[in-house]
Design a protein around this ligand. Structure first.
Ligand SMILES: C[S@@+](CC[C@H](N)C(=O)[O-])C[C@H]1O[C@@H](n2cnc3c(N)ncnc32)[C@H](O)[C@@H]1O
Length: 207
């Protein structure tokens, strides 16, 4: 099963937004009402719905068309637009105050990550924030499944694990200022999984 088919099946079984993630709650301290946010890889919309309820104008992208259609038909009362697109090849020229990516940069390879980071740097408004949470190379999950490179493995699906220092360097190289950073376990514990995560808030300081 390829990754898109994996997520399609997952959302067929779990279509509704669950509780917002701990990362979404964490960034509440950075966001202001009426600003615009785009979520890259929104899944079942748990965090996008939360942001819309917090009065942001939200665009939420995921590759699973059926799930985006389902969420648009059930959550239209919020200022929220779900779109089925590949977030590594977004065509839009629209600018955003916030770009949010949780557990999605590790879904794509390094070339695609390069395109995404370039896009983020171009599309963020001045003073806007890039919110990133992603599995680190020190995540115990990297020891599971089939290792296919020094940074990638396949369990139920593909993941690529990021290096903390290199990620910070990449963000600085695209002109973002890292204003919060941590690599730690205990940030997002789910059942038996206590991932080693990289959590970053980076700000665009000039156009
Ligand atoms: C681990 S889930 C995270 C979902 C959500 N951000 C959360 O934290 O609950 C990864 C999501 O990224 C989506 N995804 C992966 N690669 C994508 C791509 N290139 N374009 C759009 N969505 C993608 C998957 O369909 C899946 O919903």
């Amino acid at each position: 099963m390829n990754d898109k088919a994996y997520w399609k099946k997952y959302y067929e079984e779990n279509p509704n937004p669950t509780e917002p993630s701990s990362f979404a709650k964490f960034i509440e301290g950075f966001i202001e009402p009426e600003k615009s946010l785009i979520e890259l890889g929104c899944g079942n919309g748990r965090d996008s719905v939360f942001f819309a309820q917090n009065h942001l104008h939200v665009t939420a992208i995921d590759q699973v068309q059926q799930e985006m259609d389902y969420l648009n038909s059930h959550y239209s009362e919020y200022n929220l637009d779900f779109k089925a697109e590949d977030f590594t090849n977004l065509a839009t020229d629209q600018k955003y105050d916030y770009v949010y990516s949780r557990f999605t940069l590790h879904s794509i390879n390094e070339d695609a990550e390069g395109r995404v980071l370039k896009w983020v740097s171009n599309q963020l408004n001045c003073d806007g924030y890039f919110f990133l949470e992603v599995r680190s190379i020190n995540d115990p999950m990297f020891n599971n499944g089939e290792k296919i490179s020094e940074t990638e493995n396949i369990t139920t699906h593909y993941r690529r694990y990021l290096d903390y220092s290199k990620t910070i360097e990449k963000l600085e190289n695209i002109g973002l200022k890292v204003i919060y950073k941590i690599e730690s376990q205990g940030l997002s514990v789910y059942k038996d999984d206590d991932p080693m995560l990289i959590r970053i808030v980076a700000q665009k300081t000039e156009n």
